[in-house]
Design a protein around this ligand. Structure first.
Ligand code: ADP
Length: 716
């Protein structure tokens, strides 16, 4: 059978069936031709041929159509096998039949017809078998596929279960994380919140409940603005809108608790998106009441300092002590929010205090009311005996004192009072009082003390000022008296001196021959003495007239003044072969004739004390703020440092009259003139190196260019 099948398989089952069919058709044709040739009745021939060719056609057609029967090609061979089997069985049956004695199938057409039919029968069985096998094979295939799908399904289920398990684990973790986050948020002292766009709270922490006093259910039903105090509520809508727009929110507002308490809070939040894509603002709110209180405290301190500074400034600007005391009382009462404040002035006998200035007191008391400075039961007396400010928190429970009447009659309950001036020698008391019991901070006490110190300084300054003014008035008076005396003395001395001089000259003229040499010498001494005395008296007279006989100060052209002086000194300059160079000199505010005197004295000295060389003098000026510094420099004998101050004193000279003539009043006069101009005069000098005499005079204030010319000129 195996060999048989292999043969068929090699020939291809389908082809075998087709060939079988074709064979029978060919045999039918052949048989027809043969029988017609043998003269067999055509009908018989046709029947036989059809019986042979019919199955042939069936085989041929079926074989040809075999692929369309839905049979797997691998079973085509089996079909061919069955077909050939049918043929073989029929052939075997016929052979066996022929073996029976007397029975012989010798008609070839019968053999052909029967075998053809048997082949067709075999084909039918084969097709059926093949169809059954194909179905079975398909079922198997399907079964296998199903099994595959099932295992895949099982695998998927297993994976799903695994994933599920993992999901459950991560879910658990998530829950733990969520719980942990909640615990963390609850542990935070700040308020945590998540706001939706309509202002509803999506999440919050325990702090919100604790601070506001609302339950979770209440919070869930509320909107963000309901947690904010009325006056700040307006800003929250804007802040939220801005928060959603810009991504962050920050504002300060008062949180309103269920109990109506208003707590300053600072809110900050950032915009986020929930997993559902909903925009929210998540953030915190922080209690800033302590910070605010601290800020208020700092502001109050700064304000107090400002008030002290302003009062200090006022103290410098005003001479009116009462104005200062009133302003101090007003400011202290305002800063400490007290009803009353007062400045008490202690009398010389330390018996009474006058209510000198104050605010809040009943009409007519300020400037009139007095308080005992010694009464045992009085805060004022107690304060005078204390070396530090006295603070009263409640006068009703106060044990140290209960008065004075002024406080009792004004329902005073609390206050601070402190000494104005040194504790050992108080000037008075500064006291601030309120009708409510109150606790005062150390800063408040320091503030009151600072104001008292400002008052003390102002009072002290004014006392000094008064003393100083009295002293100045005394000095001026005595100066005036001295001036009058000097003037009168020098003026009145002139007359007898003139008499002495004229009689001496008369004596000299008339009795010249009668006198011996010694007598002449004595007379010459007397004349010289009288001349010197006249010179001194003239100088003294000029000196005493500087203040009283001076002209008004007005713009003076120094170059013009110097030119006049140089003209006056022409002879001396020529005789000494002096060279004077002059820088550009300004117009100054001064008395022309007195300034002329100054130049005259300085130039004369520069010529006089030039030493052996011809005088070399330079006059110049330099601007120094609102003054001009004018200098007269020479290259003369100079002055030793120790002598430089005394040369400006009256009648002070460094040389004998024989060596250098002079009365010793020139520089004293210069100093007095320059002082009258509000300036100073000094000398810079080294012996042998020359001297520079400098003085300052006020510049002209008109704004015009006060420098006459920039050229330097030399006069010989
Ligand atoms: P006197 O009439 O003696 O010059 P002054 O008051 O003008 O009086 O001068 C006082 C003294 O200052 C002079 O005696 C002289 O010794 C000294 N002195 C003044 N000017 C100069 C100078 N340019 N150089 C050196 N010494 C001077």
């Amino acid at each position: 059978m195996g060999t048989w099948n292999r043969v068929i398989s090699r020939a291809d089952g389908q082809r075998v069936v087709v060939a079988f069919g074709a064979m029978y058709i060919s045999l039918a044709l052949g048989w027809t031709l043969l029988e017609i040739g043998n003269g067999t009745h055509p009908w018989d021939v046709v029947v036989d041929s059809l019986l042979i060719a019919g199955p042939g056609f069936v085989l041929l057609y079926s074989g040809h159509r075999l692929p369309r029967f839905g049979i797997l090609p691998e079973f085509h061979d089996s079909i061919a096998g069955w077909c050939l089997g049918g043929f073989g069985v029929m052939f075997g049956v016929l052979t066996l039949y022929s073996l029976q004695p007397g029975e012989l199938v010798n008609d070839p057409s019968t053999i052909l017809i029967l075998t053809a039919l048997a082949s067709v029968a075999g084909l039918a069985v084969g097709i059926n078998d093949a169809v059954a096998k194909t179905r079975a094979r398909e079922l198997e295939q399907r079964n296998r596929e199903l099994k595959g799908t099932q295992s895949e399904l099982e695998e998927t289920v297993a994976r799903l279960e695994e994933a599920n398990a993992r999901l459950e684990t991560s879910n658990e973790r998530l829950e733990h994380a969520q719980e942990y986050t909640n615990r963390v948020l609850d542990a935070v002292h700040d308020i945590f919140y998540v706001l939706e766009t309509d202002g509803a709270l999506q999440r919050w922490n325990e702090s919100l409940r604790e601070v506001t006093g609302y339950t979770d259910a209440e919070i869930a039903s509320m909107n963000a603005p309901e947690f904010i105090a009325d006056d700040d509520r307006g800003m929250i809508d804007d802040a939220m809108a801005e928060g959603f727009e810009t991504g962050s929110l920050q504002f300060e507002a008062k949180l309103l608790t269920k109990a109506g308490e208003r707590i300053p809070y600072e809110f900050a939040a950032s915009a986020l998106e929930t997993p559902d894509g909903e925009p929210v603002l998540a953030g915190i709110g922080r209690d800033v009441s302590e910070r605010k209180a601290h800020e208020r405290e700092l502001e109050a301190r700064a304000h107090q300092q400002q008030v002290v500074a302003d009062l200090g400034q006022l103290a410098l600007e005003t001479d009116d002590l009462d104005e200062l005391m009133h302003e101090a009382s007003r400011q202290v009462a305002a800063v400490l929010d007290n009803d009353y404040c007062k400045v008490l002035d202690l009398d010389a006998g330390r018996e009474e205090l006058l209510l000198r200035q104050g605010v809040g007191w009943a009409d007519g008391l300020v400037g009139e009311e007095t308080i005992s400075a010694v009464e045992a039961d009085s805060q004022a007396a107690y304060t005078l005996a204390s070396d530090r400010p006295v603070v009263v928190e409640d006068l009703e429970t106060e044990t140290r004192f209960s008065g004075p009447d002024l406080l009792r009659s004004h329902d005073v309950r609390s206050g601070i009072s402190t000494i104005i001036g040194p504790v050992s020698e108080p000037w008075g008391i500064l006291g601030t009082h309120d009708t409510e019991p109150e606790t005062f901070s150390e800063e408040d006490v320091n503030f009151v003390q600072s104001v008292a110190n400002v008052l003390a300084e102002a009072i002290e300054r004014q006392q000094y000022q008064t003393e100083l003014e009295a002293l100045i008035a005394d000095l001026e008076q005595s100066n005036e008296r001295l001036e009058q005396f000097a003037y009168a003395a020098s003026h009145d001395l002139q007359e007898p001196l003139r008499m002495v001089s004229s009689y001496l000259r008369l004596l000299e003229r008339r009795y010249e021959d009668a006198l011996d040499e010694e007598g002449e010498e004595f007379l010459a001494y007397a004349v010289d003495g009288a001349d010197r005395m006249r010179e001194m008296i003239d100088g003294l007279l000029a000196y005493s007239r500087v203040e009283t006989r001076g002209d008004e100060l007005e713009p003076v052209d120094l170059e013009g003044v110097l030119d006049d002086v140089l003209a006056d000194l022409q002879l001396q300059l020529e005789e000494s072969d002096a060279e004077v160079t002059v820088g550009s000199l300004p117009r100054v505010e001064g008395d022309a004739s007195q300034l002329r005197q100054v130049f005259q004295n300085l130039l004369s000295n520069a010529i006089e004390y030039s030493g052996d060389e011809p005088p070399r003098i330079h006059v110049s000026a330099e601007r120094d703020g609102s003054y001009w510094t004018v200098s007269v420099a020479d290259e003369g004998i100079g002055i030793a440092p120790d002598d430089q101050e005394q040369i400006f004193d009256v009648f002070q000279r460094l040389h004998s009259r024989e060596k250098h003539a002079g009365a010793g009043i020139g520089l004293a006069l210069c100093e007095r003139i320059i002082e009258r101009h509000g300036g100073e005069i000094w000398v810079d000098s080294e012996p042998g190196e020359g001297s520079i005499f400098s003085f300052t005079v006020p510049a002209v204030t008109t704004g015009l260019d006060d420098r006459v010319s920039d050229d330097s000129e030399t006069i010989q």
